[in-house]
Design a protein around this ligand. Structure first.
Ligand code: NAI
Ligand code: MG
Length: 350
């Protein structure tokens, strides 16, 4: 089998971490008898430098034609002073919208080997395995009208029933493959949007009798994630609540360099680490490539159906951590040997 993979390396540590993921992907493809054909596209600062815009049309068209997209990160100080429309981050938001990726999946899995890396107590997080399903292209970040005249400013939180249904179904489908528990997070005590959200989740639940649905207000959810994260299996929530809660969930795990994500919809899916371009450590060979390698594993599992290959990668990462190899960000946690970005890629591939 052959698959077309689009690669967007981006800025800062983006190229360094994507290269390591490709190294691991090629190794596992060889072992599992399939071939990955890559095509590189520009986005972000590097696209601005080379083409004048943060999201060239060629990138959108090329990625849409591919089977899946692996993405590093974009952004950096060099482009921070550009007008909003021309900035790298605007390109990324537009890219997600063009790809129609309404579901952002962020697994937060605590590795036994790294229980000491979290700021929470080991007994609170041991064995924690949460999947945050965040709606990505609706809600208050996109709602119209929106304005700011210097005296008064407003945004609008809108969700249509079909938008809630499609993200809700994703969450229940995931729960079926996991611990069969969905916690829907909203603010139904004060928001109309959340009342529709809650009612719609209840309706979807009727089609999934094996799954237990609970509801939680977002303020309580923020507290519960830190108090007792193990109570959660799948969390489903809207754009702004999911943005905030998934960052909280990431700190349950420890290093931002460990967390992958998938953004999926009806077209091509995008796989990327949750962190940014880390300009402060770019070019030093110390970035942790594991979040990106994990994202590549999610790509194999969800977009290509190469489940065995995905599991091989996940097992390799666990074994490497068990053996005590650490990049610099995790050097303080039971490290036997501190390795570079490229060495980490080599060791996982081997
Ligand atoms: P960041 O996630 O790039 O970095 C935050 C901190 O975490 C830094 O100290 C960095 O060195 C560290 N870090 C991040 N990834 C790491 C890794 N793999 N290994 C080891 N350490 C790692 O967030 P920051 O500094 O707020 O933003 C930097 C740039 O990235 C900005 O231009 C921002 O707009 C952009 N950004 C891009 C995103 C994307 O492309 N999806 C997401 C978030 C930010
Ligand atoms: Mg965020």
């Amino acid at each position: 089998k052959r698959y077309n993979i689009s690669l967007i390396k981006g800025d800062g540590i983006g190229p360094e971490i994507v290269d390591e993921a490709v190294k691991v992907l090629d190794t596992v493809a060889g072992a599992c008898s399939f071939t990955l054909d890559y095509k590189e596209y520009l986005m972000g600062g590097i696209a601005i430098d080379e083409t004048g815009v943060p999201l060239p049309t060629e990138t959108v068209e090329g990625v849409l034609k591919s089977d899946a997209c692996l993405f590093g990160a974009i952004g950096g100080e060099k482009w921070d002073t550009l007008p909003r429309d021309l900035r790298p981050e605007t390109g990324l938001l537009k890219f997600r919208e063009e790809m129609g990726v309404y579901a952002n999946l962020r697994p937060a899995i605590v590795y036994d080997e790294l229980v000491n890396a979290s700021t929470l107590k080991p007994e609170v997080i041991e064995g924690c395995d949460i999947m945050v399903v965040r709606e990505l292209i609706g809600g208050i970040y996109f709602g119209q009208p929106r304005a700011n005249d210097g005296q008064k400013a407003y945004n609008t939180m809108v969700y249509t029933k079909p938008e809630i249904e499609r993200i809700g179904k994703q969450a229940f489908e995931f729960a079926m493959k996991r611990d069969k528990r969905v916690c829907s997070v909203d603010k139904a005590n004060v928001l109309e949007v959340s009342q529709l959200w809650r009612d719609t989740m209840e309706e979807i639940a009727k089609d999934y009798p094996a799954v237990e649905l609970t509801h939680m207000y977002v303020d309580n959810a923020a507290m519960q994630l830190v108090r007792n994260p193990k109570q959660f299996d799948v969390i489903v929530t809207g754009n702004i609540f999911g943005d905030i809660l998934s960052d909280t969930a990431s700190m349950v795990v420890g290093s931002i360099g460990l967390l992958p994500s998938a953004s999926t919809g009806d077209k091509t899916a995008i796989y990327e680490p949750i962190h940014g371009s880390a300009p402060d450590i770019a070019g030093q060979g110390i970035a942790n490539p594991i979040a990106t390698i994990e994202s590549a594993a999610m790509m194999l599992r969800y977009s290509l159906g190469e489940v065995e290959a995905a599991s091989k990668i996940e097992t390799a990462i666990r074994n490497v951590l068990k053996d005590g190899y650490r990049t610099k960000d995790l050097a303080a946690y039971d490290a036997k040997e501190v390795v570079t970005t490229a060495e980490m890629g080599d060791i996982i591939a081997n």
